[in-house]
Design a protein around this ligand. Sequence first.
Ligand code: S3P
Length: 442
Amino acid sequence: MKNFAVIKNKIKKFNKKIFVPGDKSLSIRTVLLASQGVGVSNISNLLEAEDVLNSLAAIKKLGIKYTKVKKKYRIYGLGLNGYSPKKNTTIYAGNSGTLGRHLLALVVKINKKIRLTGDMSLSKRDFSRIAEPLKLFGANIKLNNKSLPVDIVGSNFLRPITYFENIGSAQVKSSICFAALNTPGTTVIKAKKSRNHTELLFKYLNIPIKLKSSKNFDLIKIKGLNNYKSFNYSIPGDISSSAFFIVLTMLSNKSKILIRNVNVNETRTGIIKILNKMKANIVLKNKKKYKGEMIADIQVTSSPVLKSINCPPSLNSSTIDELILIFLVAGVKTKGVSTFKDLSELNKKESPRLDLAINFLRMIGVKVKRNKNDIKIYGKPNLSLDGAYSIKNFLKDHRIFMMSCVAALTLGGKWKIFDKDSINTSFPSFIKILKKLGAKIN
Ligand code: S3P
């Protein structure tokens, strides 16, 4: 089957209600946590995408059974000492940094060699950021020049650590929480602000965790080696998947969308705060709490020309996966110059997204000035294209593919966008939903 999308027409005006699939961060975290809980956990609306399916395959390799009954996943957790991997087990994390980093943390206590591997994109990513704290706990870790494959041999003699996480990486912070779970004593983490799903899940599961927040940092204390019970969880929709439809609607004419039942945890809603500062029309409706998380319907109406923004870098982490979409809005829908700063983390994702987003904007005729990790985007309000565009990204980044589709459907021109199957990583139904809104994609 051909592995590209052809888009030759702008999407016509639409007014629809949609659901997006379950949140990826919560899907991976609940699968991994259920694998160490005591008893059978039931997870519904689990995201059925490769990153999560690889998480299920990973716990299976560690000796944990799971089944799917009707639409629910049942995970048969055996408690904190429940893993029983075979000798020389290799676990494949695919494209997922979240799975890879959390998995290493979950096996800190397994006194057998486990090898972690991944696809081409994951194999280029930095694993020293998680190896460093895990070594302090007492695990033995061998990296391949900071990256995969990683060999880990856990220890029976783990010690709690005090760690300063100053990248603002939720994957690092949360992985340390997972390692702390398996370690005697109290682990203390001072962490630059980032998504806090793990902390909220620990609270919900009555795992001993103490949280203190200041403006820029969180202080987390976790008392380890306390078994926790299995649980039931229904995963809300993913704001990172919703983001493509938020921006699609904003950039389309006279359109409106309601995205139902989305996780709108404050540590994830940077995109809404930033776009609304630019005078977008995004409203949260039916807000409610679910097991510590905040859920709402997101209503978006198309925008006329927006205001440029000087984006506070403190918002970067709460919209790290959506920044490329925000750059697109700044490029094609605003009057004036927008600035974004401290973007180094963006080049450490599934592909160098900062470099690719800048190239993309320049390719469609938007001026971008770059100074190391800061950029200035010179808005071209209501940019309209009629050229031919071909998008290839050799690391097959799912979000670059989906952002390109949003641009193609709203700006005009004739597009061939390669690596369509990359959506299987996080959002397999992406094209199906676009078609439901009326998009013509071949
Ligand atoms: C994630 C954290 C973020 C994000 C990733 C998912 C998570 O990465 O980009 O897609 O689930 O913890 P970093 O923590 O590396 O910033």
